[in-house]
Design a protein around this ligand. Structure first.
Ligand SMILES: Cc1ncc(COP(=O)(O)O)c(C=O)c1O
Length: 341
């Protein structure tokens, strides 16, 4: 099977497994796990933030950020296809008691003037605007990179209104690999940032959230409240450190493979590429080939390739470690055979 369902299916590298085996550990709830401490310090340094916190997943990191920034009854401005809105089980409402205010986006980017217009004025009837959330890269928009100018303008507006900005940067390192803009430049535009160690970076578990000392102190308490206080977590932090040191540069390979896949598919009659491929995600429309997404995926599975549905006629492929150019050639051959049938 060639598994292109997600970059979450990556398996830890040899170096990660060795690092986990050898990791120095302690009780992290007491702040005594040296490997966790090193990972948090290194992540904060890379992001140019005062402090960072290891969390169990991207969703937990995003939700802790919301709980830390907001009060119940607040409203959050975010793009209408944001992961936070579509795919986190309405956790922001269920856990933080906040309501989403979604705005349309172009390739995941909200229009700054829409954001400015959506910020609540002082009125007894209105919720407070407690947070603005951005997503870079944008998953539903097919791994689109949020333009840094768009982020700057929205942040400027947010700062004028004293509203914090959170960045769901689950794939922030993919954005950085695509643009050459370092992750700290993106992170500098937001008050908090979450990125995943266990997607393209290949670590088996975990995400990082980063922000000011004060933000992380409060976030640490929210993590504990949510049952996310870990003990000898150095075992899972050690692969995260390897991910940061060894896996960020190679993300350009995933991008090249995604481009290779998109280019090959674009030559197959009946299939259409829906997104501008900027990072490691390819969205393919199967309608003209006479397949629903589900039918296409069933047939593709029989050929030994896995992907996921992303709409009635949309299939999502994600490239990741250790998928190679040769694997992509194989996938293209299998897709061609399937369409020929
Ligand atoms: C943009 C984005 N944010 C957050 C998440 C959540 O990460 P996790 O699956 O680790 O909870 C994902 C996962 O795919 C994502 O794509």
């Amino acid at each position: 099977m060639i598994d292109l369902r997600s970059d979450t299916v990556t398996k830890p590298t040899e170096a990660m497994r060795k690092a986990a085996y050898k990791a120095e550990v302690g009780d992290d709830v007491y702040g005594e796990d040296p490997t966790i401490n090193r990972l948090e310090e290194r992540a904060a340094e890379m992001l140019g933030k005062e402090a960072a916190l290891f969390v169990t997943s991207g969703t937990q990191g995003n939700q802790i950020a919301i709980l830390t920034h907001c009060n119940p009854g607040d409203e959050i401005i975010l793009e209408q296809n944001a992961h936070l809105f579509l795919y986190e089980g309405a956790a922001m409402s269920a856990l933080a008691g906040v309501q989403p205010r979604t705005l349309p986006g172009v390739r995941g980017a909200m229009d700054p003037s829409d954001v400015a217009a959506a910020i609540r004025s002082e009125d007894i009837h209105f919720p407070e605007t407690g947070l603005i959330c951005l997503e870079n890269t944008h998953n539903k928009a097919g791994g689109a990179v949020l333009p840094i100018e768009n982020m700057k303008t929205i942040t400027q507006i947010a700062r004028e209104h004293h509203i914090p900005v959170h960045l769901d940067g689950a794939r922030l390192f993919n954005a950085s690999a695509a643009t050459g803009i370092s992750v700290d430049k993106y992170a500098a535009l937001t008050d908090s940032v979450q990125f995943c160690l266990s997607k393209g970076l290949g670590a088996p578990v975990g995400s990082i959230i980063a922000g000011s000392e004060d933000f992380i102190k409060k976030a640490r308490k929210w993590r504990k409240r949510l049952g996310g206080g870990l003990r000898q977590a150095g075992i899972i932090a050690a692969p995260g450190l390897v991910a940061l040191e060894e896996m960020t540069e190679r993300l350009t390979e995933d991008q090249e493979n995604a481009e290779l896949l998109a280019s090959g598919i674009s030559h197959i009659t009946g299939l259409e590429i829906e997104n501008k491929v900027e990072t490691n995600i390819v969205l393919v429309n199967t309608e003209k080939a006479g397949y629903t997404a589900e039918q296409f995926l069933e047939a593709l599975k029989d050929e030994g390739v896995l992907a996921v549905p992303f709409g009635p006629h949309t299939v999502r492929f994600v490239t990741h470690y250790p998928i190679s150019g040769k694997d992509i050639d194989n996938v293209l051959t299998k897709i061609q055979q399937l369409v020929n049938r």
